[in-house]
Design a binder for this molecule. Structure first.
Ligand code: PGA
Length: 261
């Protein structure tokens, strides 16, 4: 098992925590996290757009080692796109990450793999790492087609990427039936798709690139199941929704190594 990839624990706040609450939340995390925690696991929060400037000011002023990013990004560089936020704007706010293709955006905003592909490229063009989400709905899992379906999504989301571009993305396998439901994929089920994903990446971009790309698991991940998921060879971190809204729980998740023993 390779642990050359730095583990990444990313909290997806979704539409929760205004900028004042967000600042208090990050301060509480920063108070609890120690240098060795950051050395062992990268810690990131993915916040509403309206929180980003306040979090940037806090992180820069206090030199925090907590990273941050957005939950979406426009595929367009600038112009008449009412309501959208460009990669350049996010880069100016110091964002290191942008989630693209979350299942909630696929479901409620009609985002397709083609749109997600363009958003991931817009992120990379601005030095922002896209966290590209993929994963099957319950019917697909019940039919036993989760690997085929998930790899199809990954292939379309990464269509036209050079190996160098691909090496700069993070993937997040989030089976839709496990998101916000309390149902977690078993470590074996999650590993099945994450392992197949790495195999696909190796075939298409070479094994060096595949070994570099971090693949997160997401879907009802919490302090009580994080260690068993992180023990899987192809799971390099978590995209954490509900459990990231409790700073103490999220800090405990970033310290999963202490429970792993
Ligand atoms: P959850 O959400 O941890 O609340 O299941 C994960 C996600 O949607 O990113």
């Amino acid at each position: 098992m390779s642990r050359e990839r730095t583990p990444l624990m990313a909290g997806n706040w979704k539409m929760n925590l205004n900028h004042l609450e967000g600042v208090a939340h990050v301060q509480r995390m920063a108070f609890a996290l120690k240098g060795e925690d950051y050395d062992a696991c990268e810690v990131v929060v993915l916040t509403p757009f309206t929180d980003l400037r306040s979090i940037q000011v806090l992180v820069e002023a206090d030199k925090l080692r907590i990273g941050y990013g957005s939950q979406d990004i426009s595929r367009h560089a600038q112009g008449a796109y009412t309501g959208e936020v460009s990669g350049a704007m996010l880069a100016k706010l110091g964002c290191s990450y942008a989630v693209v293709g979350h299942s909630e955006r696929r479901q409620y905003h009609g985002e397709t793999n083609v749109v997600i592909n363009a958003k991931a490229k817009a992120a990379l063009a601005n030095g922002i790492t896209p966290i590209i989400c993929y994963g099957e709905a319950l019917e697909i899992r019940e039919a036993g087609d989760q690997v085929l379906f998930s790899l199809g999504q990954v292939a379309e989301c990464l269509e036209g990427f050079t190996p160098e571009e691909a090496s700069s993305v993070v993937l997040a396998y989030e089976p839709i039936w496990a998101i916000g439901t309390g149902l977690t994929a078993s470590p074996t089920d999650a590993q099945e798709v994450c392992g197949a994903t790495r195999g696909w990446l190796a075939e298409h971009f070479g094994s060096d690139v595949a070994d570099q790309i971090r693949i997160l698991y997401g879907g009802s991940m919490k302090a009580s199941n994080v260690a068993s998921l992180m023990a899987q060879p192809d799971i390099d971190g978590g995209l954490v929704g509900g459990a990231s809204l409790d700073p103490d729980e999220f800090v405990a998740m970033a310290r999963y190594r202490l429970a792993a023993g």
